[in-house]
Ligand binder design. Structure first.
Ligand code: COA
Length: 172
């Protein structure tokens, strides 16, 4: 599976990605924006386990982000269950040296189109911690709309934060 927009490619994970995953993900500036299930510190074993989890998915929900031929980060959809089974949560991160190059804006565009067209999702959503303005900006650039603020919904690193909820609806 390969999705492509300009110099950004979304593809299946390869075992060789483990070094860059372990290098980039072991960064507080990334983990502070993600759920606590993202290990911190992040080890090589965590990277290997993650690649194993993503192997042989059909359909694919976890993609490696490649920029100019190099692995730079991860973007995923996680399908909700029960009456929410036609919706999914989007999640993403890229290595800090690659921030600010519009890479995630392109990756979100690609995975959102894939979610609507191939997975037939009705809605894609996520929640962003109040201090993560660049992630809110990415979603706005990709046509996601703010659905409001869940006050004190996040407890991260010993403090409460508001969560900004965003979604995009399948126009089809
Ligand atoms: C958030 C993150 C995904 C953004 O990826 P990216 O590839 O750097 O994003 P882009 O370059 O596509 O766009 C970033 C936008 O935010 C803007 N931005 C960056 N810092 C900002 C700030 N402090 N205030 C306002 N806007 C800011 C940029 O100017 C850009 O918008 P523009 O194109 O209108 O100028 C990346 O920084 C990251 O991986 N962070 C850690 C993990 C994370 O936060 N994941 C998301 C959890 S919800």
């Amino acid at each position: 599976m390969k999705l492509e927009l300009d110099n950004v490619i979304l593809r299946n994970f390869k075992v060789e990605d483990k070094d860059k995953i372990a290098e980039y993900a072991n960064n507080k500036n990334i983990c502070r924006n993600l759920r606590d299930r993202m290990p911190s510190p992040y080890t090589m074993e965590d990277a290997i386990e993650f690649i194993e989890h993503c192997k042989d998915q059909d359909p694919v929900y976890n993609f490696a982000i490649e920029y100019e031929g190099e692995y730079v980060g991860t973007i995923s959809l996680e399908r909700d269950e029960d009456v929410y089974r036609h919706t999914a949560e989007i999640g993403y991160w890229i290595g800090e040296p690659h921030w600010g190059k519009e890479i995630v804006t392109k990756a979100v565009t690609l995975i959102t189109d894939y979610g609507f067209e191939q997975l037939k999702l009705a809605r894609i959503h996520t929640g962003i911690f109040e201090y993560n303005v660049s992630s809110m900006r990415v979603l706005e650039k990709c046509g996601y709309r703010s659905e409001g603020i869940f006050e004190k919904n996040v407890y991260k690193d010993g403090a409460f934060y508001n969560e900004h909820r965003y979604s995009k609806i399948n126009p089809a």
